[in-house]
Design a protein around this ligand. Structure first.
Ligand code: C5P
Length: 221
């Protein structure tokens, strides 16, 4: 069958990356985690002390940045100017700041362009916030994955618990706050594409979600 592109969007902590990776594996497609790209840029900006308000500096820096994505079995690596930044991008500091940088036009333009290039050859499963609406509006299959804030916080909690000191309540607040910022920004906000399939995963397990998406992909071709 001909290869297609699959866009998976949704709010923070809906389980998009786990699911997208598994879907890609089943279809022998390439998985692209666009959130990791925004996180990597955020980490780099924080380390260079470049504040999101400093638009000129942000623009210069993002223009000159060399960004590489290396697909992997478990996690996709993000390399910025030759440096593997992957170990830093899931920290609470980056999660707390990423939406501030992700709303900046110069950053979105650069990253969207890279994302489109990666999808040119088809056979890509890409997850993010604006893939179905803006990055790949022609993706053959579009999924909008959600779950209640409580359930999403709980999933994140289980994932993070060992690594960082954080309460469930704190995570619930972080997630709700990030959703609000992502939905209300001016450029390509988090929004369900009209032609996407809505998947509420609150009471589904990962395997069910993956099966559902894969069957949509198979029935397309
Ligand atoms: O998916 P993840 O939670 O890693 O994304 C981190 C942040 O990156 C999001 O909260 C959002 O601010 C930003 N993002 C975005 N557009 C995407 C992917 C992520 O604005 N396509």
């Amino acid at each position: 069958a001909d290869k297609i592109n699959v866009a998976i969007d949704g709010p923070a902590g809906a389980g998009k990356s786990t699911v997208a990776r598994m879907v890609a594996q089943k279809l022998s497609y390439i998985y692209v985690d666009t959130g990791a790209m925004y996180r990597a840029v955020t980490w780099y900006m924080i380390r260079k002390d470049i504040m999101p308000e400093d638009h000129d500096n942000v623009l210069q820096t993002v223009r000159n940045m060399v960004i590489e994505l290396i697909p992997g079995e478990e996690v996709q690596k993000v390399i910025i100017n030759g440096e593997d930044v992957t170990p830093h991008i899931r920290s609470l500091q980056v999660s707390g700041m990423v939406s501030q940088y992700a709303k900046i036009e110069s950053i979105r333009t650069r990253l969207s362009q890279l994302q489109r290039e990666m999808a040119l050859g088809k056979g890509v499963v890409m997850d993010g916030r604006d893939i179905g609406t803006t990055v790949l509006p022609d993706a053959e299959v579009k999924i909008f994955m959600t779950a209640s804030v409580k359930e999403r916080a709980l999933r994140r909690y289980k994932e993070l618990k060992d690594a960082e000191q954080v309460t469930l309540e704190q995570l619930e607040n972080d997630i709700a706050q990030r959703d609000l910022l992502d939905q209300s920004r001016e450029i390509s906000p988090l929004r369900r594409a009209d032609d996407s399939i809505l998947l509420d995963t609150t009471s589904m397990d990962i395997v069910q979600v993956v099966e559902t998406i894969v069957s949509h992909c198979r029935s397309y071709a």
